[in-house]
Design a protein around this ligand. Structure first.
Ligand code: SAH
Length: 411
């Protein structure tokens, strides 16, 4: 493997060969995505300032860039024939050059009377990703993917267990949002016409490990129409295992998004197992970075905590978490316990309701705002940690076990 292609960060164990099919062995992290053929360039990859140039390169007037942005991002039009402000003779050529199909729908599963929709898409190279749309009374939330698979290898997460296939391009991320926005605007989703107001980077992948594309996608999503999709930055949540330098960088981007930190344990001993990146950045360092994010943006941080029966759900752990958060100030954070969603072959289950209540009570006793996350879509494997993008022809993943084998050869 040439040096340039070797994954850059190794945590305690050799990093798996970046093969598109072989997942990392337990405890191994893959920080750098395998290289595969680049997805075709798409209009949504371009900064507003690059669009005029792209049109000129096609022999068109520069202002066509703005017109196409209005059609694509504001009107959510995807049929070139209906882009009647573009010259008829140019429409097909512009579309062929700038609007290649990036996401091909493979399968859609619904729950909650059609108001929760999990969509499986195939990318240009056959990689699969998923999104989940969740319609609530007063808001529509879309959970999107930033990578095909994930290299973070959290043992309780189906995506993590399947390994990392590759990073998504900016447009591959943005187009998940465009597609859902279009379906909602056209009234194609149960519950009547709507618009995506909330975006959570809680689908497949560790977005901050695909920093450049993910942050460019956030910009495209929050830039007011017609240059972007015009979704409020306050409605965007970036979820991370705790890549400290990337959190600090994101804090300086001038985007008022929410940060969610997947903590899952307040002690390094357990977190080293549940979230293997903890071997690199410890609980205290991740929480310090989360606090700095709050200071830089004024946005209250979410702490995600999957409650796993008899693993991390003890009231003393809630109490320890409350202490750690209060040690860093008041009013800057809230905790989102998530009842564990089952994943294929996992022996772990969600905590008992009484244990869950005691966990919440212990945090509240320390003054920490705490809300149990509603787990939508578990019956269609569309809830947190269940996105494995298993195509109709693929078998499910194997057994998930607790405990990391000693560092050794790549699996
Ligand atoms: N890589 C990002 C996004 C992951 S998905 C991150 O780790 O934050 C969003 C959340 O779902 C994370 O907090 C993740 O830890 C959590 N999650 C993963 N598997 C889960 C499961 N089986 N049950 C409940 N939550 C899970």
């Amino acid at each position: 493997m040439p040096a340039a292609e070797t994954p850059s960060t190794v945590i305690d164990a050799p990093v798996a060969e970046p093969s598109p099919v072989a997942p990392a062995g337990p405890g191994q992290l893959v920080m750098t995505a395998p290289r595969r053929g680049k997805p075709p360039r798409h209009f949504a990859d371009l900064e507003p300032s690059e669009r005029g140039e792209a049109m000129v390169a096609l022999g068109e007037k520069a202002f066509r860039g703005k017109q196409l942005a209005t059609q694509w991002f504001e009107r959510l039009e995807d049929d070139p024939a209906r882009m009647t402000d573009l010259p008829a003779a140019s429409r097909e050529r512009i579309a062929a050059a700038l609007l290649p199909t990036l996401l091909t729908p493979v399968r859609t599963l619904t729950a909650d009377k059609g108001t929760t929709v999990k969509s499986l898409y195939r990318l240009h190279d056959g990689a699969l990703i998923e999104t989940v749309l969740m319609r609530y009374k007063n808001r529509d939330t879309l959970c999107i993917s930033s990578q095909a698979g994930c290299g973070m290898n959290c043992p309780f997460c189906a995506t993590g267990q399947a390994g990392l296939t590759r990073n998504l391009s900016t447009a591959e991320i943005v187009e998940q949002v465009t597609a859902a926005s279009r379906a909602l605007a056209r009234g194609e989703v149960a519950g009547g016409p709507g618009r995506v107001g909330n975006i959570v980077f809680m689908g497949m992948g560790e977005a901050l490990a695909n920093y450049r594309s993910a942050v460019a996608a956030v910009r495209r999503i929050v830039t007011p129409a017609p240059d972007g999709l015009g979704i409020s930055a306050r409605g965007v949540t970036m979820s991370t295992v705790g890549l400290v330098p990337a959190i600090d960088k994101f804090a300086q981007e001038g985007i008022a998004a929410t940060l969610a930190l997947s903590l899952h344990a307040p002690d390094d001993e357990l977190r080293d197992e549940l979230v293997p990146i903890n071997r690199r950045w410890k609980v205290g360092e991740a929480l310090d970075a989360a606090r700095r994010y709050f200071e830089a943006t004024g946005r209250r941080v979410s702490i995600e905590y999957a409650l796993i029966k008899d693993v991390n759900d003890q009231a003393w752990r809630a109490d320890r978490l409350g202490k750690l958060l209060n040690a860093r100030g008041r009013g800057w954070v809230h905790v989102n316990p998530i009842p564990l969603n089952p994943t294929p072959g996992s022996k772990w289950t969600a905590s008992d309701p009484a244990v869950e209540r005691a966990f919440v009570a212990a945090l509240e006793a320390r003054g920490i705002p705490t809300t149990i996350r509603d787990t939508r879509g578990s019956e269609i494997d569309g809830a947190c940690g269940q996105l494995a993008a298993i195509g109709p022809e693929q078998p499910t993943t194997g057994q998930v076990t607790l405990g990391l084998p000693t560092a050794g050869k790549p699996a």
